[in-house]
Write a protein that binds this ligand. Structure first.
Ligand code: NG1
Ligand code: ZN
Length: 531
């Protein structure tokens, strides 16, 4: 049987419902799990082709992140552990939507356009989250890979960032770490323990952290990692999946959007808490003050803490490396202001979607990127990593410089540079707070968020809204931007923008102003202008 006959035969067992059309969205395909079997098989095929093309290992993660438990989805991972390149997102859409009888033609189209050598070997790493549907769907991916004669390595239950990490390890012959889950824990925990040595005399209270695992994979993996941390982090884990439903009234997305603590977490006043999302690539922190008021420390606060820490260390080390922070239009205006005016850090604003942030961060020596919702990481250029390593080993450097360089070296090792990673980000934040001797209240007080409001508006066709300037200004429909400008002028310290969502059939409205009442009123008035 030829390869194509095999694909044809197997694809019948993963047949596509006629007429169903799905788009590769901001973060891969995502919808009700019942509609995804054929998508998974076909993404197995595509991953096999991408592996042949790049002569590298490719990753396929079965997850729908923060979506409800009934949904599922798939994310493709490129050789360096980054998200798949946009040209191949188009092939993904092409294969996903080809009717059953047109699948082979679509496949051959990709092979021809990319001039793929079909005798090249295939290596694909596969992982899945804890959704009940993930098991069957990951089998469909494996089926796709093997019908093109490929070898799929099934890692089973892993977080999305763990799979990204393993793909990078594999393709860099171990330079990034060992491509196993234990290899991941070893690399991160070693760096974390080294960093916390710079914060001696921490009390058990200071080492204690409440974690909301969103009833997902992050909870499972945190339990596995705990022994590696040698009590330098003492976790009380809630929503660990033993009884609650995935992402239901818990998790990072719930906390960020609802601006309230998750269900099922017993927080005392002042206690440091964090929430992961359903595949553990996002994290937010929060606490209740003694008056019972809830305080959220989102991606912007995380980016500020981390970039400040890095900048201070670079100064101490005497290393002339540029630190930049990449944000989106949703970043709180106070954070941008603080970073630019007080920290004198370069700030870049890009379109919503992690791939845009990741790409922009690659342009700097050190690029810190975070979406306000808590997805983010830090990227170090090769030159920056080498400068840090050289200084750490330099026999002529003074102790202060050397010590700063070693801290930077361990920071690099603690960070998962492939993608935002709740476990890695959590350890980094815990280490930074410990080294700087900051409580969560002190971290929160670095700057005060401007009151803001996000709303969703349902319109007949959200695509009539076109934007420019990193989505901060609307260019169509005619008159909309002028209307927004006029509304913004009515309030102090105000800002507002609208954009069509890339993951839901809605227009998102964002507003900031001097008071919560004004932010709410402005958001409401802008929604009316959109409608
Ligand atoms: P859309 O639906 O395009 O706004 C949302 C998030 C993004 C990103 C993606 C992917 C907001 C305002 N938007 O995109 O940041 O995380 O989902 O999950 O949070
Ligand atoms: Zn996620």
């Amino acid at each position: 049987m030829t390869q194509f006959e095999k694909v044809s035969q197997r694809s019948v067992q993963h047949s596509k419902p006629a007429g169903l059309v799905l788009q590769y969205g901001t973060a891969g395909f995502r919808t009700n799990a019942k509609q995804l079997d054929h998508i998974m098989f076909r993404m197995g095929l595509l991953a096999a082709l991408r592996s042949k093309k790049t002569k590298s290992t490719i990753g396929v993660m079965v997850t729908a992140s923060h979506n409800p438990e009934e949904d599922n989805g798939v994310k493709l991972i490129d050789p360096m552990g980054e998200m798949v390149t946009p040209a191949w997102e188009e092939y993904a859409t092409l294969l996903a939507n080809a009717e059953q009888e047109g699948l082979l033609a679509a496949l051959k189209d990709v092979i021809e356009t990319e001039a793929i050598n079909m005798s090249q070997d295939v290596s694909v790493f596969i992982g899945k989250d804890t959704r009940p549907s993930s098991e069957g769907l990951s089998q469909a991916v494996l089926d796709g890979v093997s019908s093109l004669g490929g070898h799929g390595h099934d890692y089973g239950l892993v977080t999305t960032p763990q799979l990204h990490f393993m793909v990078r390890c594999q393709n860099t012959q171990g330079c990034y770490g060992t491509a196993t889950v234990d290899g991941y824990y070893q690399k991160l925990s070693k760096a974390y323990i080294q960093l916390t040595k710079h914060a001696p005399n921490r009390t058990d209270d200071q080492k204690h952290l409440l974690v909301d695992g969103a009833n997902g994979i992050g909870a499972l993996k945190l339990r596995e990692m705990e022994p590696f941390l040698q009590k330098e982090l003492q976790v009380s884990l809630f929503n660990d999946g033993s009884s609650g439903k995935l992402n239901f009234q818990c998790g990072a997305d719930y906390v960020k959007v609802q601006q309230r603590p998750p269900q099922g977490v017993q927080m005392s006043a002042g206690e440091r808490c964090c929430s992961f999302d359903g595949d553990a690539d996002r994290i937010v922190y929060y606490y209740n003050d003694s008056a019972g008021q809830f305080h959220l420390l989102d991606g912007d606060k995380i980016a500020t803490l981390i970039s400040t820490f890095l900048k201070e260390l670079l100064n101490q080390a005497g290393l002339d490396l540029q630190v930049a922070v990449v944000q989106t239009a949703y970043a709180n205006g106070s954070s941008t202001n603080y970073l630019e005016e007080t920290m004198k850090v370069t700030v870049r604003c890009v379109k919503t979607g992690v791939k845009h942030l990741h790409h922009a961060a690659q342009e700097f020596d050190i690029g810190v990127y975070f979406e306000a919702n808590g997805h983010g990481t830090v990227l170090f250029s090769k030159a920056a990593e080498e400068a840090i390593q050289q200084l750490a080993l330099d026999p002529n450097a003074n102790d202060e410089k050397k010590s700063a360089a070693r801290l930077l070296e361990n920071t690099v090792n603690l960070i998962n540079q492939t993608v935002g990673d709740a476990l890695s980000d959590m350890l980094l934040i815990e280490a930074v707070l410990a080294i700087k001797g900051l409580t969560i209240q002190q971290w929160d007080a670095i700057y005060t968020d401007l009151p803001s409001r996000q709303l969703k508006v349902k319109v007949a066709d959200r695509r009539v809204i076109d934007t420019t300037d990193a989505e901060r200004r609307a260019v169509s429909p005619a008159g909309l931007q002028e209307a927004i400008d006029a509304l913004v002028k009515k309030y102090k310290m105000s800002r507002a923008f609208v954009r069509p969502s890339g993951t839901e059939d809605v227009v998102r409205v964002y507003a900031e102003a001097d008071t919560q009442e004004n932010a709410d009123a402005l958001a409401h008035e802008v929604s009316v202008a959109v409608y």
